[in-house]
Ligand binder design. Structure first.
Ligand code: GLA
Length: 405
């Protein structure tokens, strides 16, 4: 059976020079996959040259999912401008599965929630120029106790390929204490043999340092921590655990600090701006987790901020990392591929505004004058020497500092 199909090559808007480079790589990889065998791990390794962007059902909807939600979300990703901003995966998390495997032992779709079946839904998502993701666990059951893929890897990967799935999030529940590397490799190998390029997202919660072996099992991204919650402290707790992981991330193999909570209602707008800024600086997968169908203008403005997305999608050789920890105030920096530096000034304090300053030299740039673009106001200026900002409580300022003046 031939599962290959034309996929949209221009799926990420070129919002920066770095992104253009990524697109050229992406187009090259996909062309190679179509003309050659799409089954090798090497070919699949070309599936995420930049951090994946899309949406996932879990953070907002949990198990309250069905085919209408997925269809309407795909429509809304297009009509809201999210697709034009680069979001192209529509990912279904846990609870899509029927309570039992079918008579042939294959995973089956919940017939009540998804009466038309997964292939039909995948066709719909593809008709919108988007791609579809699904979820399973490297265990005997998913976290919500639906059938999962441990010891069924080959059959399940073939099922996903036959439905037209483009992305698999592979969880860690009910793993029978079997070694993680073995379990995740089994699915990596099965995906490689399934006849369709499928992005492989390891959701191992960072328990066994997946950043050290995720790439070797064909992983394109791996969760570094437990689950995010829609709270400032949860977001910062995850941020703190990213320190030191920067050296493991790179094209086709990204650290994943978990999906976005932007727009889910339990953080303030400026906390969501901080969350989105920091995740972008970390080259995190930008997987929105809100209700795209009804999001308000502030949420849409955050999720579609192209200046910030351009930082996420650019690979300058190192994901963003903390360069200064002054307690409640921190400075995070990411080198950009054209020699610029992206910088986030973070004020963790819950009550007081703080002035946070950074010199060009701390950012790896020459002393003196530099062009500085505020990535949230979109205003540019020339700054001589120290860059500084009064940053409100639980807020950030984010800049792109040019290599030269
Ligand atoms: C785990 C994962 C979450 C989500 C749920 C679904 O907790 O880490 O991201 O997929 O399972 O049950």
């Amino acid at each position: 059976m031939d599962f290959s199909r034309e996929k949209p090559l221009m799926r990420v808007n070129a919002v920066a020079v770095g992104m253009l480079t990524a697109l050229i790589t992406l187009a090259g990889c996909r062309t190679a996959m179509r003309v050659g065998s799409p089954t090798s791990a090497v070919a699949r390794g070309g599936l995420a040259p930049t951090p994946p962007m899309g949406w996932n059902s879990w953070n907002k909807f949990g198990c309250r999912i069905d085919e209408n939600l997925i269809k309407e979300t795909a429509d809304a990703i297009v009509s809201s401008g999210m697709k034009d901003a680069g979001y192209h995966y529509v990912n279904i998390d846990d609870c899509w599965e029927a309570p039992q495997r079918d008579a042939d032992g294959n995973l089956a779709t919940d017939p009540q929630r998804f009466p038309h079946g997964m292939k039909w839904l995948a066709d719909y998502v593809h008709s919108k120029g988007l791609e579809i993701g699904i979820y399973s666990s490297a265990g005997t059951g998913t976290c919500q106790r639906r059938p999962a893929s441990l010891d069924h890897e080959v059959a399940d990967a073939r099922t996903f390929a036959s439905w037209g799935i483009d992305y698999l999030k592979y969880d860690n529940c009910n793993n029978q204490n079997r070694p993680a590397l073995e379990r995740y490799k089994a699915m990596g190998d099965a995906l490689a043999a399934a006849g369709r390029p499928i992005v492989y997202s390891l959701c191992e919660w960072g328990r066994n340092k997946p950043w050290e072996w995720g790439r070797s099992v064909g992983g394109n991204l791996w969760r570094t921590t437990g689950d995010i919650r829609d709270r400032w402290d949860s977001m910062l707790g995850i941020l703190d655990k990213q320190v030191g992981l920067e050296k493991y991330s790179g094209p086709n193999a990204w650290n994943d600090p978990d999906m976005l909570e932007v727009g889910n209602g339990r953080m303030t707008n400026s906390e969501y701006v901080a969350h989105f800024s920091l995740w972008s600086l970390l080259n995190a997968p930008l997987i929105a987790g809100n209700d795209i169908r009804s999001m308000n203008d502030s949420t849409r403005a955050i999720l579609t901020n192209r200046d910030v997305i351009a930082v996420d999608q650019d690979w300058g050789g190192m994901q963003g990392h903390r360069i200064r920890d002054d307690g409640e105030q921190e400075v995070w920096m990411k080198p950009m591929s054209n020699g610029d530096a992206a910088v986030v000034l973070l004020n963790r304090d819950s009550a007081a505004t703080a002035t946070i300053a950074v010199t060009p030299q701390e950012l790896g740039l020459a002393a003196g004058r530099h062009g500085v673009r505020d990535l949230w106001t979109h205003k540019s200026a020339t700054v001589d020497g120290t860059i500084s900002a009064a940053v409100g409580p639980r807020s950030v300022a984010m800049y792109r500092v040019s290599k030269g003046s």
